[in-house]
Every structure is written in structure tokens, then in C-alpha cells.
Design a protein around this ligand. Sequence first.
Ligand code: GDP
Length: 592
Amino acid sequence: IFSAHPQLIVKEFAAQMGLKPNILIAELMRMNVFATINDKIDFKTARGLAEKHGFHLEMERKPVEPPKPPPPPKPKKVAAEAEERPDELLPRPPVVTFMGHVDHGKTSLLDYIRKSKVAAGEAGGITQHIGAYMVTYNDKEITFIDTPGHAAFTQMRARGANLTDIVVLVVSAEEGVKPQTLEALDHARAAKVAIMVAINKIDLPGANVQRVMGELQKIGLQPEEYGGQTICCPVSAVTGAGVDHLLEMILLQAEIMELKAAPKKRAEGFVVEAKLEPGKGPVATVLVKSGTLKVGDAMVCGDYWGRIKALTNDRGVNVRTAGPSHAVQCLGLTAVPEAGARFEIVESDRVARSISEERLAARRLGQLQQTRRGVTLDDLLHKTDAGQAHELAVVLKCDVQGSVEAIRQSLAGIKSDKVTLNIVHAGVGNINTNDVLLAQASRAIIIGFHVAADEGVAKAAKREGVEIRFYNIIYELIDEVRMAMAGLLEPIVRENTIGQLEVKQIFELSKKGTVAGCIVRSGRITSKSRVRVRRQGEVVFQGALLSLKRFQNDAAEVREGQECGVRIENFSAFQPGDIIEAYEVQRIAQQL
Ligand code: GDP
């Protein structure tokens, strides 16, 4: 019995149990938890592991500490660093993304800002396309991420990369709110970022800012002018009217958000985009979330690593360092990482390389399938058990707008004290891969009513672990969601017997306890099996396997006709002739 904090560092935890960290890391991998030696794992996971090694883990009771000031959402770290102390947190520039309906002027606005605010008299002058750029306005910096559309935005988020602080929804003053405006809004809302609106194209004769504000109000974006919370800035990307005001408002919004990061530590952040460039090798644009990135740093980036050879900013200027919210292109990685991949700086090239090798090996072995996956009802019920607050997030697709409204209202009428319902997105049309992405990033279930799925959706959903349910009858849909929310759909636990062994001989090993020498009579036994010991038909013991050996070696599986040595946790009273039944426990989620 020993005590611990709510999070344990793998290295220390392993030491406390007298284990090598890599053993623990391997076990975690099998549980789909991907951690390196300096990462933290949560208490629940740790307890499960402790139990497996014969320890009982208990939480140390400590006086409740006052809550820390809210730091930006912090990804787990590789580096063994002291916790960020609040006094080391300094204000950082906001990271902004433009989203909205096609042709409403996202690109034009970005270009206008870039041309008018960057080029003027600054070193380098000519902006390079690196996927992100920074402007200085009133002596304050703003970073813009150049994501082509909300699908890319959500795809990054699905990989765990929440890069953006503020989304500026661009709406044409002529056309007003369009289907993709709504979709973009839902994606931004799901990401829980601050949302502002730029009403663009006010130079056009058909522009009607008041009408657009009325439409915004209808979709829950109450403009400040109407007494609401949403900052709406009329602008023109052609004449530049209102753009300064928009930048001021972005800075104001950022100030309200009190964005902070610790610059004085090793950098971590995300890949904005990456490619292979002839003559240069892999180049990746990264956004620093915290810390300061330096030339010469040893970087782990997604599955790869590298020693930073050069950093280039968005003006094509070589820089030595890049602090929080800065985006730079870096050279020196061994391969091209995915957009959205996380990077972190570690103490040395050696460490970086070994982490990368670990990850690549894990990937090859297929052990690391999905570090993040969608939600299934089973997950939801597990959370219910743990008594946590949680929600059932839903992406709803229907054939007509009327059904969307009807179903939305009926679902909103369901009352459950266990689960709250959150409709992340509701729209008309077939289920598409964007919906799958959004569902994965928001851990939502997709519900289709009188619609089909586009090509490739089933595959994407399977890959991302997203559950899709189709309905044609509204009552069925509502009933099943209600049942799910009430937690009535307990997963079915099924035990599948996979093999039978007969105990032939008993070995008493002084150090290792009692080993039963067995022969597999039928089926097979695996090292992960659970076992029942039967004597004359009666079950005398049921529990977990401690080890499975073939000759002197650990075996993953032993098949019919083969001999093996079996040790069972907390059981040693074997007798020759005992039958050991190997079985697997399957939890089958009752689907929504
Ligand atoms: P995006 O699809 O949202 O990136 O839209 P674009 O930036 O590509 O703009 C679509 C079209 O609208 C282009 O032809 C732009 O020239 C035009 N446009 C964008 N902003 C304005 C504006 O403020 N005023 C006018 N008159 N045209 C604009």
C-alpha cells in the first residue's frame, strides 16, 4: 500500500513498484495509453496497473489546495520539468483562425491584413507561406493560422491540437448566414474557443450589416450592438475599412481571455503544416504553445525527432528562438510529421531519438492504434460508473430542416440526471467525413435520420472509433437516446472460454511460488486469459493468470497439444488432474 497524487509520473511510479519503466510503458501501451517515462498517468490507470503487480494504490489525503489560476489547456509533457509556476506565466499573443462560408472572404481578409500590417518597413518584408503568420498592431502581436476551412481546423483538433484561441467567423454582408457559416460555427463552438464575427464586403452596394446582425442573433450570436456578447466587426477586405477595428477587437478579446504561457522552459506545441522540400528535407511549421524553441534543440515531433538546424519566421528571416504563440518553420526533423502532431523539446538528441524509436516501434507493432478515439456508449457508461460529470455529444444529420428541428426539440426534452445531451452539430444532408471528424474531435455519436452515409464514411468512422446510428422512425431514435442517457444500456459482459488445460505436475519453486505443469487439451490459452480451476467439475478458483511459460520462456499463447507452465495469482493449491479453463472477458456495448 502506498499513496500518491492524482497523477503519477511513469518513472517514479515504476520505481515505487520496483519495475523497469519500459515494462510499465509497454503495459500502458497495451491499454492504449501512450506515455513516455516522464509523462503523467491518471490515478485510475495507475491503480489498475498497481493491482496487476500486487500493489494497492491509495490516494494521499491532502488538504484541499486553492484552485490554480486557469492556465491554457496543457498537453502532457515529455520533459521532466518543474511545473509551470504561475509567476513564470507571461502574457502571450492570441492565435486566431478565420472560418466561414466559402467566398465570404476569409482568404482576402487574411491577405489584406498580411499585406497592410506586415510588409510595411519590416525586416524581410515579403511574407512566406508557412501556414501561419504574425502581425503587430499597436505594438501587440497577433498570430493568424491559415487553415483552409473548418474541416482542416477540426482535423487538427481531432488529433488533439487545439491551436486556436479565437475564431473569427467571416460572414458576407451581402449574403449573410449560409449553411457553411453554421457548420463553421458549430465546429468553433465544439472547440470551445472564443468566437467573434467579421461582417465582410461592406463596400458592396448590396451589403446590409443590420440584416446580417439579425441573422447572427438567430443562430445564437447576439451582437454587442443588440445587447449581446458577440463582437461583430463590419469590414471590407477590398477597401480595408474596419480592419483596424477588427484587429483592435481581437486584441481586446485576447486581453479579456488573459492568455498566458511560460516562456522560460523547453518549448512544446503543434505542427501547423509540414512537407518535404527538395534540398532541405522535412520542413515543419510549428506553433509554440509554451516555452521557447531554440536552434539546436532536440525535438520529438509526432513519431519523429530531430535536432533543430534552423528556424525561419513568416518573413523568411532566420531566427534563433521562437516564444509562445509564435509560428516558425523548422528544419532538422528526420521525417515529415502530420499536421496537428504535437512536438516537445527534450533534454538531448539521445532522448529524442529513443522516444521516437519507441513510438515508431509501437506503431509497427500496431499496439498504438489510436491514442485518441471517438466515444462509444460503452465509454459513456464507464464514466457513469466513475460518477463523473459527462455528456452525450451528438452530431445530428437529417433529410430536411423540419426533422432537424423536431428531433432537436425532442432530444432537448429528455431529462437525465446522469448525462447531459449536447448537440454539437445538426444539419441537413448525408453523413459525410467532416461529420465523422467533428464527432471524433468532440467525442460525439453521429445520429442519422432518413439519411445515408457518403462514400468512405463507414471506413473513416471505424478508423476513428466513431459510432454512427441510422434511424427512420423518430420515436425509435428518441427512445434509444433516452435509454442511453438513463444509463439503462449496461454493457453485456460475456465470458468466452477459449481453452482447457489439464494439470499434470506441480512444481514448487522457492522464489516464484507454485507452477502447474499443464497440457492444453483443447483450444488455447493466452497470457492475457483469465482462468477458472475446476476439480471434479467444481470451480475451486477463478482469477487472473500470473505467468504463462513455454519451457523457460514467457509465452503469449499456447495451443492444443502443447505443454506449458502456469502460475495463477493468489492460488497455488493445484492438484494433478485439475482442469484449468482459460477464458476471455468481453464487454459488449449495447449500442445506442
Ligand atoms: P474565402 O473562400 O472565404 O476565402 O473567400 P475569398 O477571400 O476567396 O473571397 C471570395 C471572393 O470575394 C473573391 O473574389 C474576393 O475578391 C471577394 N471579396 C472578398 N472580400 C471582399 C470585400 O470585402 N469586398 C468585395 N467587394 N469583395 C470581396
